[in-house]
Write a protein that binds this ligand. Structure first.
Ligand code: IMP
Length: 185
């Protein structure tokens, strides 16, 4: 099965999760720079991306789209996470939050799959907090996301530990269960 993204980190996490399962499938990385439509809905963005990816790939494929939603910032950056990560980055987000006491945030993942007939989507979410200081390690927002009930940020965790709880894992488990069931029919 093909996975389209411009981000090898997503593939590494997905590949690690999928290969650890029994009776599993192989995931191939299809590096693609897909356009992100302007929408305030993560699901719409993911669906549009998987259609673009299918046009290029011409066979079944899935994409994964994420967003970091910070409560005290009215769920910003949300669907704009990628742009915000590239522009103001983690330091910019910490500056926006300043000394606000409410540090609650959630990371959401949407997986969209398309085989030329129908689009299927699966969601995953993990709740957590934005620390006051930047931590090290990981990629993207990993250094500024501390999952609930954890002392460590995603950045400070190794891949196996992050993969046990991440938003991506939750969405991927649902997707794989559906996909493998379909194949058995
Ligand atoms: P994308 O639009 O799905 O690529 O993701 C939106 C933003 O969230 C990008 O800047 C990614 O780097 C970031 N992101 C997505 N998932 C993760 C993660 O698991 N850890 C850290 N950053 C992430």
């Amino acid at each position: 099965m093909d996975f389209a993204s411009s981000n090898i980190n997503k593939y590494n996490e997905i590949n690690n999760l999928v290969s650890a399962k029994k009776n599993t499938i192989k995931i191939a990385f299809k590096k693609m720079e897909l356009k992100e439509i302007q929408s305030d809905n993560l699901l719409e963005v993911a669906k549009d991306k998987v259609l673009q990816a299918f046009k290029i790939n011409q066979k079944e494929i899935f994409v994964e789209d994420d967003g970091l939603f910070i409560e005290a910032l009215n769920d910003f950056p949300g669907v704009y996470s990628s742009y915000i990560n590239k522009t103001i980055g983690n330091i910019g987000i910490l500056d926006l939050l300043g000394n606000k006491v409410n540090r609650k945030a959630s990371f959401k993942s949407i997986i969209a799959f398309y085989d030329g007939h129908k689009i299927k989507s699966f969601t995953g979410e993990i709740k957590g907090n934005i620390p006051f200081d930047l931590t090290k390690g990981g990629w993207g927002f990993d250094p500024i996301f501390v999952p609930k009930n954890s002392q460590l940020s995603f950045g400070q965790m190794d891949l196996i530990t992050k993969n046990k709880i991440s938003h991506r894992r939750v969405a991927l488990d649902k997707f794989l269960e559906w996909y493998l069931n379909q194949r058995r029919k």
